[in-house]
Ligand binder design. Structure first.
Ligand code: 5GP
Length: 107
């Protein structure tokens, strides 16, 4: 089922893109838990992260690793929190959340 993330990939709704390749896209979360909260997705529509075929799955995590380094350069932080949630949007994605002080996280 197409989700809002597929519409972002298709350019049908706007998003602040931070990195893009042929197969993957990273963009700022519209409702960030912390400044610089990024979502990393495969462009190909897949509901569930663990349904992705192996090479695409590995590629997604490698892409996320590169994006995480980029986030650290732009938003100096102690570490990058990594989360796979999927409560709201059924398009596989990884959350990358810059963390300095846990009290700064808008849970
Ligand atoms: P999850 O599905 O992992 O629980 O959360 C989905 C995430 O997508 C949420 O953090 C939410 O703020 C973000 N999100 C939902 N709709 C949009 C949107 O239209 N644009 C962007 N940039 N982020 C969105």
């Amino acid at each position: 089922m197409p989700t809002i993330f597929s519409k972002i990939v298709a350019g049908e709704i706007p998003a602040y893109k931070v990195a893009e390749s042929n197969d993957y896209l990273a963009f700022l979360d519209i409702n960030p838990l912390a400044k610089g909260h990024v979502l990393v997705i495969p462009k190909r529509e897949t509901d569930y992260l663990f349904d992705i075929k192996d090479d695409e799955y590995m590629g997604l995590w490698m892409f996320a690793k590169i994006v995480a380094q980029g986030i650290k350069n732009v938003y100096p932080c102690e570490r990058i929190g990594v989360a796979v949630v999927g409560l709201e949007v059924a398009h596989a994605h990884i959350h990358l959340i810059p963390i300095n002080n846990v009290d700064d996280i808008n849970f």
